[in-house]
Write a protein that binds this ligand. Structure first.
Ligand code: AMP
Ligand code: MG
Length: 338
């Protein structure tokens, strides 16, 4: 299949919207990462998303809307916490989990009776939802398991020849996938950290529980509250190893393990004394910069020939938790305590 490379001009968006309305998957920019979008109501279109990504059938998709009227038909009820969070954070990088209505095929939710929904703020994503007339199911536009793409070029590297079109809307601002919070129980539960933090959710709702699987591997036989947590994720080909220790101890450890293909992923301004090649991804106290750069840095590490990539553990709070969670999964939870 030849993949069309489209711009965000009105004429190109009309082409993309038509493809979406016809049930074809199209990669689109959002403020978080590029998404692989298709009509969420069309079972065949949804099947094409899973096929193009090589995504396991039980890993549910997020449905993207761009108007309040689109929400009600998709869910059985809108809890008070969801209303309050939507008022503050929609449109934006927050996904909420509701009880699913019958309007959406079960395959979108990987067979669960819940449905994840987000109203993205990116103008191109909004235009395509409006113009196609479809609520759009859209997981990240990478091959399953790989780092999420944050530019059209990275999207093309994974998706060329597999989907109908890619719309270039420039680099994504946030850089990590949306925060996922479940509002199905009494207390909001954070299933995936993102730009909207657990602390901010607790401020609106009075409380927010962080699901254990955000920072810990699932135990054998344990069911995942968020099926995506089961899979090794966001991983470059390089073996990523997290170092839990002081900056000096981390540099000493990396130097002691220098060798062919050994690289470091470091904070800006903290590379002095490193005796291996490195990539930087933002200053230690600038978690927004780290989130913005992390996936691009992981893909660059592969391009540059890294076989082992050492990096330090980000802060396990605020937006740092989102970066930490992505690195833990990229490392398949390989952490060395120094
Ligand atoms: P992606 O679309 O690639 O950003 O992945 C979507 C993430 O949201 C996955 O990690 C899913 O596990 C999670 N998710 C989507 N729908 C649900 C749901 N109904 N219940 C729990 N987690 C969900
Ligand atoms: Mg994904």
């Amino acid at each position: 299949m030849e993949t069309l490379h489209l711009t965000d001009s009105p004429a190109d968006l009309a082409v993309a919207a038509k493809l979406l309305a016809e049930g074809e998957p199209v990669a689109i920019p959002t403020e978080t990462v590029y998404g692989l979008a298709a009509d969420a109501r069309n079972e065949q279109a949804v099947a094409r998303i899973f096929a193009a990504k090589g995504r396991p059938q039980d890993n549910p998709l997020i449905v993207h809307i761009a108007a309040w009227e689109q929400l009600l038909p998709l869910v059985t009820e809108i809890p008070a916490h969801a209303k309050a969070l939507a008022e503050k954070y929609w449109p934006g990088p927050l996904t909420m989990i509701f009880k699913r209505s019958e309007a959406i095929p079960a395959s979108v939710s990987g067979g669960l009776d819940t449905l994840a929904i987000r109203w993205p703020s990116h103008p191109v994503a909004q235009a395509l939802i409006r113009e196609s007339g479809c609520p759009l199911a859209a997981p990240s536009a990478n091959l399953s398991g790989s780092p999420s793409p944050t530019t059209a070029a990275r999207t093309a590297a994974d998706m060329d020849g597999r989907i109908a079109a890619i719309v270039d809307g420039g680099p994504c601002e946030v850089g990590v996938e949306s925060t996922v919070v479940s509002l199905v129980g009494d207390v909001p539960q954070l299933l995936r950290p993102g730009y909207v933090t657990a602390e901010q959710i607790a401020e609106v709702c009075g409380d927010c529980r962080v699901n254990e699987a955000v920072t810990k591997p699932l135990k054998a036989g344990e069911a995942a509250a968020s099926p995506g947590m089961k899979y090794k994720h966001y991983a470059p080909s390089a073996r990523v190893i997290l170092l839990d220790g002081s900056p000096d101890a981390s540099i000493d450890y990396v130097n002691a393990h220098a060798g062919v293909g050994v690289w470091a992923l470091a904070y800006d301004g903290e590379t002095e004394g490193l005796q291996v090649p490195f990539i930087t991804y933002g200053a230690r106290n600038d978690e927004a910069a780290q989130a913005h750069a992390i996936f691009e840095a992981l893909r660059r590490a592969d391009e540059l020939g890294a076989q082992i990539l050492y990096t330090s553990c980000p802060r396990a709070g605020g937006l740092g938790l989102a970066v930490y969670n992505r690195l833990l999964r990229a490392a398949a939870f390989e952490v060395i305590e120094l």
